[in-house]
Write a protein that binds this ligand. Structure first.
Ligand code: NI
Length: 174
């Protein structure tokens, strides 16, 4: 089990665009496992590689309900190929923006295409919380955070809070 440190705002690596994965080798498999360990440890329901400082297009998630067996998912080079017209408002949080939760409006359903850890191409229709987590995590691969969808006033308040926290703590761990 290897838990990696999760980057927190205002770390600029959270704003970078991640690179496609060319080959699913041992390094990628270890990364996927470490990301799952890190997500379960947090605990969280989704994590994208840039959040552990690796600028590669891979996300992990697990939407199993409490008491259910784990359902780890690894999505490599994921792409949303269809979004629904209808939208839904959900409260979101992010391990890189700890302890804050805000309502965000997003398409209610999406189609996602990705490669799994065995190199198999997968197409999946997602709705409900699954659709929201996919959109949230895939945004991370393009340096987009859910606070970018908030009003400017709310977003600035969040950014200021974390800039201040960084000044007080001096150097950020992780
Ligand atoms: Ni997040």
């Amino acid at each position: 089990m290897a838990v990696r440190p999760v980057l927190v705002l205002p770390d600029q690596r959270l704003r970078a665009v991640a690179d496609p994965i060319e080959k699913i080798d041992a390094e990628i498999k270890t990364l996927a496992k470490d990301m799952l360990d890190t997500m379960y440890d947090a605990p969280g329901i989704g994590l994208a590689a840039p959040q552990v400082g690796v600028l590669k297009r891979i996300v992990v998630m697990d939407l199993a309900a409490e008491g259910e067996p784990p359902q780890p998912l690894v999505l490599i080079n994921p792409e949303i190929t269809r979004i629904s017209d209808d939208t839904v408002i959900t409260e979101e949080g992010c391990l890189s923006i700890p302890e804050l939760y805000y309502d965000v409006e997003r398409p209610a359903a999406v189609t996602v295409e990705y490669t799994d850890l065995d190199g198999k191409h997968v197409t999946e229709e997602a709705e409900g919380r699954f659709a929201i987590v996919i959109q949230h995590e895939l945004d991370h691969l393009d340096g987009v955070l859910y606070i970018d969808y908030l009003s400017r006033l709310k977003r600035d308040r969040v950014l200021k809070k974390f800039q201040k926290a960084e000044r007080f703590s001096g150097r950020k761990a992780g």
